[in-house]
Design a protein around this ligand. Structure first.
Ligand code: A2P
Length: 282
C-alpha cells in the first residue's frame, strides 16, 4: 500500500484504532498456563509500585450490530515505577474471555491500557515497621515484582521476605528469575543498593510437586516452620507488616492468620499492619 492507496472500509476494519492503545514489546511464556509481557508506557502514566490498571483487547463483534467493545480486566503492574515500559504477568485460561486471546499477543500487537492506576498493595497503606512480608500464590507474585524493584521497599524495612507458593515447580519460574535478576543485575544493585539487597529473602514453596520446600504458606505459618526456616520471631504487630496477593481463598485464610497474630488490615486512607488484594483470575 502507498500513501495514495484509498483506505477502504475493509482496510480500515482490519486495523482498528484501539482506545488507549499500547504496543507489545516482549512476550515470555513460562508454562501452558503462565506468561508475561511488556508494553510501551504512556508518557503521562504515573503509578505507585503495587498498583493495578485495567488492560485488555477489543472483544468479538456483536453478532447483530457488528460493534466491538473493549474486554478489560484488572492487572497488577509488575514493573517498577521507574521503568520505561510496563510489565504484566498473566495466567492463560483456555476458555477465559480475555486470556484465551491475550495469550497469543506478539511484539508489535496493541493492547488497551486504561491509564488509571489504583490499588491497596502500596507502601502508603502500611504503618512503619521493621520486617515486610510479601505473601503470594500463583500470579499474585505480580505486584511484588514491582515492589521488589522499588528502592523504597528496602529503605523502609530491615528485612523484606517474599513467599511464593505454587502447585508446581515450573510455576515458580517468573518469580525465581526476577529474584535472580534483582540479585545479579549490576544496574539493579546500584539502584537498590548492595546492602539493601542483603535484606531480601526469598521463600518459594510448592504444594503438588516435589521441591526443596513443600506446603501451603498458611500451614507453614501455623506450624511455625516458616519462622524457624528464616530464623525470625513469629508475626508481631510491633515489628511486622504484610502484603497479601493470591486467590480469594488464600487471601481469606491468610487474613485470618494475620489478624490472629494481632495485625490489622490497612488501606490508603487508614494505614495499618497489612493489606490484601486479589490476583487476577479468569
Ligand atoms: P494447593 O495445591 O494445596 O491447593 P491455585 O492455583 O489454586 O490458585 O493455587 C496456587 C497455590 O496456592 C497452590 O500451591 C495452592 O495450594 C495454594 N493455595 C490455594 N488456596 C490456598 C489457601 N486457601 N491457603 C493457602 N494456600 C492456598
Amino acid at each position: 500500500m502507498t500513501e495514495q492507496t484509498p483506505v477502504t472500509q475493509t482496510a480500515a476494519a482490519k486495523v482498528p484504532t484501539l482506545p488507549d492503545a499500547q504496543t507489545v514489546t516482549e512476550v515470555k511464556h513460562y508454562t501452558d498456563s503462565l506468561f508475561s509481557f511488556r508494553v510501551t508506557r504512556p508518557a503521562s502514566l504515573r503509578f505507585r509500585s503495587g498498583e493495578f490498571v485495567m488492560i485488555g483487547l477489543m472483544g468479538d463483534p456483536d453478532p447483530v450490530t457488528g460493534r466491538q467493545k473493549p474486554l478489560l480486566r484488572a492487572y497488577s503492574i509488575a514493573s517498577p515505577s521507574w521503568d520505561d515500559e510496563l510489565e504484566f504477568y498473566s495466567i492463560k485460561v483456555q476458555n477465559g474471555p480475555l486470556t484465551s486471546k491475550l495469550q497469543h499477543i506478539q511484539p508489535g500487537d496493541t493492547v488497551i491500557l486504561r491509564p488509571k492506576p489504583v490499588g491497596t498493595l502500596v507502601h502508603d497503606a502500611l504503618l512503619p515497621g521493621k520486617r515486610l512480608y510479601f505473601f503470594a500464590t500463583g500470579t499474585g507474585f505480580a505486584p511484588f515484582a514491582s515492589l521488589l524493584r522499588d528502592p523504597e521497599t528496602y529503605e523502609s524495612y530491615d528485612e523484606v521476605i517474599i513467599t511464593h507458593t505454587c502447585r508446581e515447580v515450573a510455576e515458580l519460574t517468573y518469580g525465581r528469575d526476577l529474584i535472580e535478576s534483582i540479585r545479579s543485575d549490576e544496574l539493579m544493585g546500584e539502584l537498590l543498593g548492595e546492602e539493601n539487597l542483603a535484606k531480601l529473602r526469598y521463600y518459594p514453596t510448592t504444594t503438588r510437586e516435589q521441591s526443596p520446600k513443600m506446603g501451603r504458606i498458611t500451614s507453614l505459618i501455623e506450624t511455625g516452620e516458616l519462622f524457624a526456616d528464616l530464623g525470625v520471631p513469629p508475626l508481631s504487630p510491633e515489628t511486622d507488616r504484610a502484603m497479601v496477593c493470591g486467590s480469594l481463598g488464600f487471601n481469606t485464610d491468610l487474613k485470618v492468620l494475620l489478624e490472629k497474630a494481632g495485625l490489622r488490615e490497612g488501606a490508603n486512607s487508614e494505614p495499618a499492619e497489612f493489606v490484601v488484594e486479589k490476583a487476577f483470575v479468569g
